[in-house]
Design a binder for this molecule. Structure first.
Ligand code: GLU
Length: 379
């Protein structure tokens, strides 16, 4: 069998949803588990909807979760991600191949992919127009998670818009071919696109990769987890001071399980145990309480050094006047067993480094203002 090559292919068109982070993680873990290659490919051909800001959130989140990629164009001596906006030549080349094979035509300035098969016209109630349906040779997907998916009828579709920009289906497939991707692990929302992709593979004369479509993440009401749900973006966990190891651990449990009811897993164990075959077909319910619990577990079980490394940015940001790292160390050691969020740390240790703190007036009246308080404190 050829070595595993997987990719995470986000479109920087919105906030970084934890579902996307999970997709990235499953790909990364699968690559690491099998000794394969993990690629980051930015799908940024839709110029109007992309932004550099969203892109930076993606990089920061991947970095924070410890996911490094193995390949890409040289950017200042390091691997940059592949960016579809920089790969126009590749798409033109594949377009030429399809055109030479007689599989494209132009209509209204756009370039269409021509399906093979018997054609008939039907009125589409939904779109309120007559469309041409094509009886295609069945395109069958043996999805690693969803099982067999088949489509027997489809329509020709646009692969280059009239403005000259290539369309998602086309660039996605071309890049998966050009990058020799062996497994496409992605969200279930793309399952309905996959027959189109198979048709493109066949027309280009390439063998399709294996597909694994990951079930959705739902909120407690059983609806698709949306922007409004707490914890639906990675930024939420970063800001509150979750540990990346706990978030990675939690994301893995959304749809995957190592068996034996195990939940608390350190990253090396995840790398060792993760496999596609255990991914669940059912949708997962997002449970912030469990993530919170796991965070406590990871904080308790991590080394003092790691705790310091993670807590330091929070302590610095809050401006705790701790002086030296040596002075800070014992203060952190006191609170480590109790901390639930790293953002709690400054509040819990700050008083150790200053005389300037607010007194609770009630407590002052009750104890400190009473006669003999000084003597009692002394004692
Ligand atoms: N750019 C697509 C997305 O963000 C990628 C789909 C895929 O992984 O093939 O949903």
């Amino acid at each position: 069998m050829s070595p595993v090559r997987v990719r995470f292919a986000p479109s920087p068109t919105g906030f970084f949803h934890i579902g996307s982070a999970r997709t990235a993680l499953f790909n990364w873990l699968y690559a690491r588990h099998t000794g394969g290659t993990f690629i980051l490919r930015i799908e940024d051909t839709d110029k109007e909807r992309n932004s550099e800001e969203f892109l930076n959130v993606i990089y920061d989140s991947l970095n924070w979760l410890g996911m490094n990629w193995d390949e890409g164009p040289n950017v200042g001596g390091a691997f940059g991600p592949y960016r579809q906006s920089e790969r126009a030549a590749v798409y033109r080349e594949y377009l030429a191949k399809l055109t030479a094979a007689g599989r494209t035509y132009e209509k209204d300035g756009a370039i269409y992919f021509k399906l093979l098969g018997e054609r008939h016209e039907v009125f589409d109630e939904h779109r309120k127009k007559t469309v041409t349906k094509v009886k295609v040779p069945p395109s069958v997907i043996e999805d690693q998670i969803r099982g067999r998916v088949e489509r027997v009828e489809d329509e020709d579709f646009v692969i280059f818009r009239s403005d000259g920009n290539p369309v998602f289906h086309f660039v996605n497939v071309v890049d998966d071919i050009a990058m020799q991707i062996t497994h496409v692990i992605r969200g279930e929302d793309h399952l309905s696109n996959t027959p189109k992709h198979i048709e493109l593979y066949q027309a280009i004369g390439a063998t399709p990769p294996k597909f694994a479509h990951i079930p959705l993440i739902l909120n407690h009401e059983g609806k698709k987890l949306s922007k409004r749900d707490g914890g639906s973006s990675i930024t939420y966990f970063l800001d509150l001071g979750y540990t990346p190891e706990a978030v990675a651990n939690y994301l893995c449990l959304l749809g995957w399980s190592p068996g034996e009811n195990r939940e608390f897993l350190k990253t090396p164990e995840l790398l060792q145990l993760f496999d596609l075959v255990e991914i669940n077909r059912r949708n997962s319910i997002f449970d912030l309480d469990k993530c919170f619990w796991l965070n406590g577990q990871h904080l308790q079980h991590m080394s003092q050094e790691r705790f310091e490394e993670l807590a330091l940015p929070f302590v610095d940001k809050a401006g705790v006047p701790y002086g030296t790292r040596e002075a800070l160390r014992p203060a952190l050691a006191i609170v480590k067993p109790k901390v639930k969020h790293l953002s709690d740390v400054p509040g819990w240790i700050g008083f150790l480094f200053t005389e300037d703190y607010a007194f609770d007036p009630e407590a002052v009246a009750k104890s400190l203002a009473k006669p003999g308080a000084g003597d009692r404190l002394e004692a």
